[in-house]
Design a protein around this ligand. Structure first.
Ligand code: SF4
Ligand code: SF4
Length: 449
């Protein structure tokens, strides 16, 4: 019913894909740890300020009303994943997934403190001794420090990170901040330190449904069975054809370097995260044996069957076209976005008021949200009924950068023009920029004729 997982000791291997993987790890982790420290106009460049319900992205301030942009961005991200998976298999898993990059970093710390694969295996089997204790404590110190810094950085995307740092030094951290920092830190510690490949095998939903995006033209990492079999050991001087052997010398190096502990020679398996470590491993063996590289390589099922691979196929066009349309929609809507929001709330306590001289009055509250970083003055107007006027509103209203202003006002119209329910339009225009305008409909209620 249940078999406990065997600990995997991936062997370190150099090579072109290892260099690519290290570059991806350093770049992505570097971005994660550095970005919250960047400033933009004296405020944090990237900050998801949940209490204030504002997201700062460089010069852009997004409000809850901008949620469609976020939704569009998530759809684009999902479609990009589909596109690249159909094109090049599990590129995301092997080089960019947070689980992969943090595991890489944790394995690096493990190697630094406990040594190579065989030294780590020997250390785990050895009885406790001062040396073993020192190595294990060093590793835990590095892991826990790194995890805590990760938790701190994560919270720093939601709380100004400099103030958060000062609060931590002054031991003045709020309960939720502490909870999320510790939660994210321990999740990193557990997932990258101990669970590792088990997250990919048992927890990640993407591993389960990605095969739906694969076809025989998708780039996969595969062992060339026709070339490699029958496998078997031989001396370098022996010609494998004379010995009736294929190119695989059955050295097991591709298995030893695999972070998920599988044997690529058994075919395409869902556990394979396409990290390409087995390619580097096998290429190094092929070089030693003076055989051509590529016994394990990036290829396609069609190519392995000596059929033609079609990179340009209908699904690629569909994904690409959808991506193009969505990206264009996002860029256009962001470029034409007006940095002001106007809400009109009609006073529901009174239908209308009758004033002397046959004047009817309705009361409203305008909510003006200035989404730009600088304070702005706006002119408020109303239209829709002949002779309609505003009362109680100054010539210009000033709203702070990123601020919200409520403006209570009265709207008046002559009785003969205001019978029944009339549509009226409020509009505001920035004094410094006539292109910053926003209009909002409302209703003006008058007596029945
Ligand atoms: S089989 Fe190769 S590519 Fe797949 S996870 Fe193992 S080492 Fe990485
Ligand atoms: S590394 Fe290459 S030669 Fe060695 S067992 Fe794997 S496939 Fe065979």
């Amino acid at each position: 019913m249940y078999e406990s997982a065997k600990k995997i000791y991936p062997r370190e291997i150099g090579g072109r894909f290892d260099r690519l993987s290290k570059l991806a790890t350093v770049t992505l982790l570097g971005l994660f740890y550095v970005v919250p420290w960047l400033l933009w106009d004296e405020r944090q460049a990237v900050l998801f300020d949940l209490p204030a319900r504002k997201f700062y992205l460089l010069g852009l301030t997004l409000w809850p009303q901008d949620f469609p942009y976020l939704a569009l961005l998530l759809i684009i991200a999902a479609l990009s994943l589909f596109f690249f998976t159909a094109l090049a298999g599990r590129l995301w898993c092997g080089f960019a997934c947070p689980q992969t990059v943090w595991t890489e970093a944790f394995i690096w710390m493990e190697q630094l403190t406990e040594g190579t694969r065989s030294q780590r295996m020997k250390l785990d089997k050895a009885p406790w001794s001062p040396t073993k204790l020192r190595k294990k404590v060093s590793k835990q110190f590095l892991w826990i420090s790194f995890s805590m810094w990760t938790g701190f950085t994560f919270v720093g995307y939601f709380t100004p990170i400099r103030e958060l740092g000062l609060d931590i030094v002054a031991l003045n951290v709020g309960g939720w901040t502490l909870f999320w920092g510790l939660f994210y830190g321990f999740a990193t510690y557990g997932n990258a330190g101990y669970m590792r490949e088990q997250v990919c095998k048992y927890m990640c939903p993407y591993a389960r449904f990605q095969s739906a995006m694969f076809d025989k033209d998708t780039l996969i990492i595969s062992y060339d069975e026709k070339r490699g079999e029958p496998r078997g050991g031989r001396k370098r001087s022996v010609d494998p054809r004379d010995a009736g052997l294929g190119d695989c010398i059955d050295c097991q190096l591709c298995v030893q370097v695999c972070p998920t502990g599988i044997d690529i020679r058994e075919g395409l398996q869902y556990e394979c995260i396409a990290c390409a470590a087995c390619i580097d491993a096998c290429d190094s063996i092929m070089d030693k044996m003076n055989y051509p590289r590529g016994l394990v390589r990036y290829t396609t099922e069609h190519s392995l069957q000596n059929a033609t691979t079609h990179v340009l196929r209908p699904r690629m066009f569909v994904y690409a076209a959808l991506l193009l349309v969505l990206c264009a929609a996002l860029v256009t809507s962001m470029a034409t976005r007006t940095p002001v929001i106007l809400d009109v709330i009609r006073d529901r306590n009174a239908l209308y008021r009758e004033l002397p001289d046959n004047v009817i009055e309705n009361i409203y509250t305008l909510k003006i949200i200035n989404q730009s970083d600088d304070a702005r003055a706006f002119v408020v107007r109303v239209s829709g009924i002949d002779g309609i006027t505003l009362d109680g509103v100054p010539d210009q209203v000033r709203v702070d950068g990123g601020g919200v202003l409520s403006v209570p006002l009265r709207v008046r119209a002559r009785r003969e023009n205001a019978y029944g329910v009339r549509e009226i339009v409020f509009d505001i225009e920035a004094v410094d920029d006539a292109s910053v305008v926003m209009a909002e409909d409302s209703r003006f209620i008058g007596p029945t004729p």
